[in-house]
Design a protein around this ligand. Structure first.
Ligand SMILES: O=c1ccn([C@@H]2O[C@H](COP(=O)(O)OP(=O)(O)O[C@H]3O[C@H](CO)[C@@H](O)[C@H](O)[C@H]3O)[C@@H](O)[C@H]2O)c(=O)[nH]1
Ligand SMILES: [Mn+2]
Length: 738
């Protein structure tokens, strides 16, 4: 028999790969020369009789900074080595009856930070995925146990009863109602033109229904109490009041799940919620594949499920394939994107690179997961007896049976009989003394459950793929103000440092278990990225203090090694610039990224490190405060017009302000000193570092001294930072005098 046509194809990004490898070779050689220069100079200093301690320590700190940066650069080789991109051919999939069922898991936690209208848009867009309706099941996890969310979900169901047929009738592509109506484009929908009069009438009608739906949800939100941390489990099948079975077959299953929460029990944040959904859904639909979505990530292209199946149904790769990751894209990104809210490097470079290895990590949302991958395989040995299985999976026999049952059940009919079991599965004591969160399900060790769980899966030999179709499959809301952005990044990196400080530190735990060393380097590059805080703090203080003292730390212009330093600086920045240009941007995103990298490194990364240490010694508990999804109007306006908004807590603003003030001072005084002494040959690089920092962070200077609007840096933060900078300068100078 002829081989069936392939469902997908994979192309190596050839030109990109050649440029990358050439760069790796050249930049790597230059780095070796630089390190050689440092090591030999250090030996010279040690051998010299008249070495001074402060000078020697400064030299060592600068060298250590260069080592850390080189180490991180070395790890980044992994995702530059073999970038690939993929295409799919969903038209070659088997007919609908042969497609496997899909469960969609959507998590929400707090209706105040996550407005219900937005969450329901995500739910409706998932119900409207282009997939056989009897094979699509949507579960909404409400961690707040809020009547607002439940009430809104009932309204969403009522609206979806009209919305789904409308989408199918006219072949609508954008099936998130809010996105569809705000586009105001009548061309969406393959059938919208041919029957235009009828279409216009129907569209008007459905738009009216949508307005009614929105108003009702807003009213519920106004009148009811919100999130609680102490409530019993509550699981509800959403259906029509008159329970008209015939009609309901035209709708996907929709289930509301609010797991039990008690202040005395750890609830493990999103990972805990997802594990409850895994168990509850196993009683109703037990689909072999699961789409996981954050509450703000609506389905923008209804064909993503079929696209994902092109990989999961490919017999050559599917036995080892754990998930298909789509990029996280956002509907609220401005053309400038000054905070790099879209995580450009991640989704337009790193994930392609990881896909060319053993696959990217999943990012918590927008991925189609194989259920069995989360149940582990070693736990399911054929000879395991019930007692052993209960130790792993918990006391529910029905759940254990579901693991071995491949076909999914008809959830609607089973609902009332399964309700008691589901309450047990959603109770907060269910996981006690089991392997949930350790060996099976989403792992609990870290608040970046996505990164850690996928790392664990990869250590067990699972692979993944990344697909980035031209039309964004999912769209969410990105953080568009500095405050939310910094809080979010601090949470992510705290989670990553937790992993680095545990026995699962990727270089130690991953290296012997992962099948490719490059894959382990890719994981490590993400996990150890927080180390940037060290070189960025050192290089923003030490060369500057030495500049003021007239102590050179870098080769003089006439020294051949001067060129090595210049080359390393230029080549790493030119590579970044080449990447932004290749992505079709101007050079500005490069400047924004550098700026944010510095701000994050001296703020978020060091706090993450300190937080994680506090967690480790028991001084603090892990926390996951959901990101705010309601934008402040003024802040969002400033973001749209490319103006930084520094209304963030002093804790986050002070580090960068302190360093900027320090660099302005050292640049001015240093320049005077160079002019007076004429010693520019030896001091050039140090003066340049100060200049570079000041130029790059000019918006910070502007916001401290020249701006009057509410996005400026508050006087108190600026004063505190000036004081800190003065302290560093005075103490630094005193140390050198000793
Ligand atoms: O106790 C919790 C906390 C959060 N969530 C949900 O988790 C999702 C992600 O939370 P969000 O506040 O949006 O965090 P982000 O930092 O934006 O999320 C990114 O980072 C997380 C890991 O830190 C991943 O889980 C997410 O998928 C990824 O989008 C949201 O739907 C929340 O409702 C819960 O269900 N329970
Ligand atoms: Mn989010």
């Amino acid at each position: 028999m002829e081989d069936p046509l392939p469902l997908h194809s994979c192309h190596v990004q050839k030109s990109c790969m050649i440029i990358n490898r050439f760069y790796i070779f050249v930049h790597g050689t230059a780095l070796l020369a630089l390190l050689y220069y440092r090591v030999s100079s250090i030996l010279e200093i040690i051998l010299a009789e008249s070495r001074e301690l402060p000078y020697f320590v400064s030299y060592l700190l600068v060298f250590a900074s260069e080592l850390v940066l080189s180490f991180l650069w070395f790890l980044s080789i992994s995702y530059r080595w073999r970038p690939v991109s993929r295409s799919v051919f969903p038209e070659r999939l088997p007919e609908d009856q042969k497609l496997p069922a899909i469960d969609v898991f959507i998590c929400t936690a707090d209706p105040e930070k996550e407005p219900s209208v937005e969450v329901m848009n995500t739910v409706i867009s998932a119900m409207a995925l282009d997939y056989p309706l009897d094979k699509l099941h949507v579960y909404l996890s409400d961690d707040g146990g809020s009547p607002v969310t439940l009430g809104a979900l009932r309204e969403a169901w009522k609206f979806a009863r009209f919305w789904l047929p409308f989408c199918t009738k006219y072949g609508i592509k954008t099936r998130c109602p809010e996105a569809y109506f705000s586009k105001d484009d009548d061309c969406d929908g393959s059938l919208s033109r041919s029957s235009s009069i009828e279409f216009i009438d129907d569209k008007k009608e459905i738009q009216k229904q949508y307005a009614v739906f929105k108003e009702r949800v807003l009213r519920i939100q106004e009148n009811t109490s919100t999130a609680s941390k102490d409530h019993p489990p509550s699981i509800e099948l959403i259906k029509d009041a008159d329970d008209d079975r015939a009609n309901q077959a035209e709708m996907p299953l929709l289930v509301y799940v609010s797991r039990e929460k008690r202040p005395s029990h750890p609830h493990r944040f999103k990972a805990g919620a997802l594990n409850v959904l895994l168990r509850v859904s196993s009683m109703l639909s037990n689909s072999p594949y699961i789409l996981i979505l954050d509450c703000d990530m609506y389905c923008n292209d209804s064909s993503s499920a079929r696209q994902a199946m092109c990989f999961h149904l490919d017999k050559t790769i599917s036995p080892k394939l754990a998930y298909v990751q789509f990029p996280q894209k956002f509907h609220n990104i401005s053309s400038e994107d000054i905070y790099d809210s879209q995580l450009r490097l991640c989704f337009s470079h790193m994930w392609y690179g990881a896909d060319g290895l053993k696959g990217p990590t999943f990012t918590g949302t927008c991925f189609y997961m194989k259920r069995m991958a989360l149940y582990g395989t070693s736990q399911l040995q054929k000879d395991a007896n019930l007692a052993q299985l209960q130790k792993v999976f918990g006391p529910s026999n029905d759940f254990i049976i579901s693991i071995y049952q491949k076909n999914h059940t008809n959830g609607r009919e089973f609902f009332s009989t399964a309700l008691k079991e589901m309450d047990l599965l959603a109770s907060c004591s269910y996981e006690k003394d089991t392997e949930w969160g350790e060996e099976i399900g989403f792992r609990y060790l870290s608040v970046v459950e996505d990164f850690f769980t996928s790392f664990m899966l990869q250590c067990k030999g699972w692979t993944s793929v990344y697909i980035n179709p031209p039309k964004p499959s999912f769209l969410g809301s990105a953080t568009t103000n500095l405050s939310d952005y910094l809080v979010q990044h601090t949470r992510w990196y705290t989670g990553l440092v937790d992993i680095v400080l545990s026995k699962y530190s990727p270089l130690i735990y991953g290296a012997p278990r992962m099948s490719s060393i490059l894959q382990c380097m890719y994981i490590s590059h993400i996990a150890y990225y927080f180390l940037n805080f060290f070189p960025l703090w050192c290089l923003a203080i030490i060369p500057q203090l030495c500049l003021l003292q007239g102590i050179p730390l870098y080769p003089e212009i006439s020294n051949p090694f001067f060129l090595v330093f210049v080359f390393v600086f230029l080549s790493s920045n030119l590579k970044d610039i080449q990447e932004v240009l290749a992505d079709g941007f101007s050079i500005r995103p490069w400047i924004y990224d550098q700026r944010m990298w510095m701000i994050r490194s001296v703020g978020c990364y060091i706090y993450s490190f300190l937080n994680a240490i506090q967690v480790k010694i028991g001084m603090r508990k892990a926390s996951f405060k959901p990101t705010n999804k309601v934008a402040d109007e003024g802040q969002f306006k400033r973001y749209l017009s490319g103006i930084y908004d520094f209304q963030a807590s002093t804790m986050f603003i002070a580090p960068i302000c302190t360093l900027v003030i320090l660099n302005v001072t050292s640049l001015l005084l240093g320049a005077v000193k160079i002019v007076v002494t004429g010693n520019y040959d030896e001091m050039f690089i140090q003066a340049f570092i100060s200049f570079f920092i000041v130029a790059l962070q000019y918006p910070v200077i502007e916001a401290m001294f020249f701006r009057k609007d509410s996005g400026r840096i508050s006087e108190s933060s600026a004063t505190l930072s000036a004081l800190l900078a003065a302290i560093i300068l005075v103490i630094g100078s005193l140390l050198f005098m000793y």
